[in-house]
Design a protein around this ligand. Structure first.
Ligand code: A4P
Ligand code: MG
Length: 172
């Protein structure tokens, strides 16, 4: 695990994916960015462009998503970071019913340093990130192309294998 010491605490770099396809997705993602940055145990280093994306999975006819990614530094443990992100999802009125169904806000931990974790609550790296252009295209805005994605390859290597059709830059 690569960590840096800053003011006595251990800071770990992590990447988080943001998604929304209900109730003004631009507003949902913009306020989520502000709320993540307000956490005293998080430093938001960079955020990506916003992308309009065709839904992958879930019920037929759900609206397109708006997706983004952030690079941050945090002193929170992975479960504490998940709790903080889920509290933000809940404040945005997130209701969990249909798997991969429409949502006001989804915040997923993609990578946490070079940690590999597989528990009932948390899988890191995110188990489906390597096959999803709606995750990797925004991630590439905030992460180097040589970033390793578990044992799946580098970010640029994986992007070269995926169709990015249906992932288009969106100005909010
Ligand atoms: N969990 C495990 N690992 C993680 C992690 N690395 N980060 C657990 C966050 N959560 C993680 O998540 C269910 C449970 O996953 C959590 O309670 C947590 O303990 P959820 O957010 O309640 O449900 P979900 O997001 O519907 O489930 P899932 O299977 O994680 O969905 P995905 O894979 O995130 O897919 N198409 C487009 N274009 N854009 C999208 O953003 N998103 C999805 C959701 C499907 N299709 C999409 C998009
Ligand atoms: Mg999720």
């Amino acid at each position: 695990m690569s960590v840096t010491s800053f003011g006595g605490a251990e800071w770990v770099e992590a990447y988080v994916a943001l998604g929304s396809n209900l109730e003004n997705p631009c507003m949902q993602l913009q306020s989520a960015l502000a709320e993540i940055a307000q956490n005293p145990a998080i430093v938001l280093l960079k955020h990506s462009n916003f992308y309009d994306t065709t839904p992958v999975g879930g019920p037929a006819g759900q609206p397109n998503y708006l997706n983004a990614a952030v690079k941050l530094r945090t002193t929170l443990t992975p479960p504490a970071l998940l709790n903080a992100l889920q509290a933000i999802e809940e404040a945005h009125g997130r209701v969990r019913d249909v798997r991969w169904g429409p949502r006001t806000l989804d915040l997923d931990i993609l990578l946490y340093g070079d940690l590999v974790l597989d528990t009932a609550e948390l899988t890191i790296p995110h188990p489906r990130m390597h096959e999803r252009a709606f995750v990797l295209v925004p991630l590439r805005d905030v992460a180097p192309g040589q970033l390793p994605i578990s044992d799946k390859g580098t970010l640029d290597g994986l992007l070269a294998t995926l169709s990015t059709e249906g992932v288009t830059h969106h100005e909010c």
